[in-house]
Ligand binder design. Structure first.
Ligand code: ADP
Ligand code: MN
Ligand code: MN
Ligand code: MN
Ligand code: MN
Length: 354
């Protein structure tokens, strides 16, 4: 396995003075839910998104516009520090807009922002557990024997030691890059399936959840590119007795976090139970392959909840039940969700709907 990033050759160039200019890497979600980015030079350090221009790109090359009307606009939404170029250079999470001013088809942030503004007095917090799987460029799960399988699941979850964990160097790089960038990463762990990992982002309030999760994913795929490794966000990357990958979404409002808040948590769960199908439609592609009722999941066709139950749709953590307040965990979202969609439907169902 050879990496794609010649750090030794690049190093002296990254030391060169930038002559006061700043590189701003605009990052956006493409027409298929992937991530794209391109860079522009700005003439002074950026303190605020207002200081950045609205930019554009060729949407016909990203499945976001027809060739005859191909300009799609990039409107800066949130700034992070750039861990690759360092210094005053920045990464910019941007929203996409069509030429007529309407949000592009994969711009779910536009709607989410409206929802979060309406619900802001409730201070909705989210924490997302992003699971993902690493693959070699040839399609074998990273570190697995070519043409074969590692031993069955058991020693890998939170594992330590050779043969139990794979690519820890890449994962360490990602963790530190998130901290440096200002992504609110709250932890990492090796997962049940070998070469499957998880990072957690949160708690983040309102619209920040989507911004931070998408930037964390961007950093991961950029770093994996340096290692020559591919990241899969597919919810069931391998058939058979291997765990799928999810994006458990932890959620609370200010009322739930206060003493006696468990009552509010139970009320929210009752509301969620009535809109199970609507939620499933935005909880990721191919999630039916994952939500089988096995491998620590609830079945896709039924809603369930329970304290400390990892086979339920919604789990109330044991410590939350004991304290009588805190948060709930929606275990249904798949690893390939758009966090803007998931966080906004949760707020709509539990706060905005009567
Ligand atoms: P699990 O036990 O399900 O593996 P993790 O420790 O991986 O849980 O993730 C828990 C997530 O819950 C973290 O992202 C954390 O930031 C988030 N979290 C903690 N407290 C709250 C809260 N009050 N509201 C919403 N999310 C929270
Ligand atoms: Mn050009
Ligand atoms: Mn977790
Ligand atoms: Mn997990
Ligand atoms: Mn979880």
């Amino acid at each position: 396995m050879a990496g794609n990033w010649r750090a030794d050759l690049l190093a002296p160039f990254l030391e060169l003075d930038q002559q006061g200019k700043i590189q701003a890497e605009y990052v956006w979600i493409d027409g298929d839910g992937g991530l794209r980015s391109k860079t522009t030079t700005v003439t002074k350090p950026i303190k605020d998104i207002q200081d950045l221009r609205v930019w554009d790109f060729d949407g016909s090359s990203t499945n976001q516009a027809p060739g005859t009307d191909s300009d799609v606009y990039l409107r800066p939404a949130r700034i992070f520090k750039d861990p690759f170029r360092r210094g005053q250079n920045i990464l910019v999470m941007a929203e996409t807009y069509n030429s007529d001013g309407t949000p592009n088809k994969t711009n779910f942030r536009y709607h989410a922002k409206k929802v979060m503004d309406l619900a802001k007095d409730h201070k909705p917090w989210f924490g997302i557990e992003q699971e993902y799987t690493l693959f070699d460029v040839d399609g074998t799960p990273y570190g697995w024997p070519k043409g074969g399988f590692p031993g069955p699941q058991g020693p890998y979850y939170c594992g330590a030691g050779s043969g139990k964990v794979f690519a820890r160097d890449l994962i360490e790089a990602h963790y530190r890059a998130c901290l440096y960038s200002g992504v609110n990463i709250s932890g990492i762990n090796a997962e049940v399936m070998p070469s499957q990992w998880e990072f957690q982002v949160g708690p983040c309030e309102g619209i920040e959840m989507g911004d931070h999760l998408w930037m964390a994913r961007y950093l991961l795929i950029r770093i994996a590119e340096m290692w020559g490794v591919k990241v899969s966000f597919h919810p069931k990357p391998l058939q058979g007795d291997w765990n799928g990958a999810g994006c458990h979404t932890n959620y609370s409002t200010e009322e739930m976090r206060q003493p006696g808040g468990i009552k509010k948590i139970e009320e929210a769960i009752a509301k969620l139970s009535k809109r199970h199908e609507e939620h499933i439609t935005v909880y990721g592609e191919d999630n039916d392959l994952r939500l089988t009722g096995r491998h620590e999941t609830g079945h896709i066709s039924t809603f369930s909840s329970g304290v400390a139950n990892r086979g339920a749709s919604i789990r109330i953590p044991r410590h939350v039940a004991s304290a009588g307040c805190g948060y709930m965990e929606d275990r249904r979202p798949a690893s390939n969700i758009d966090a803007y969609r998931v966080t906004s439907i949760i707020v709509e169902t539990t706060i905005l709907k009567p």
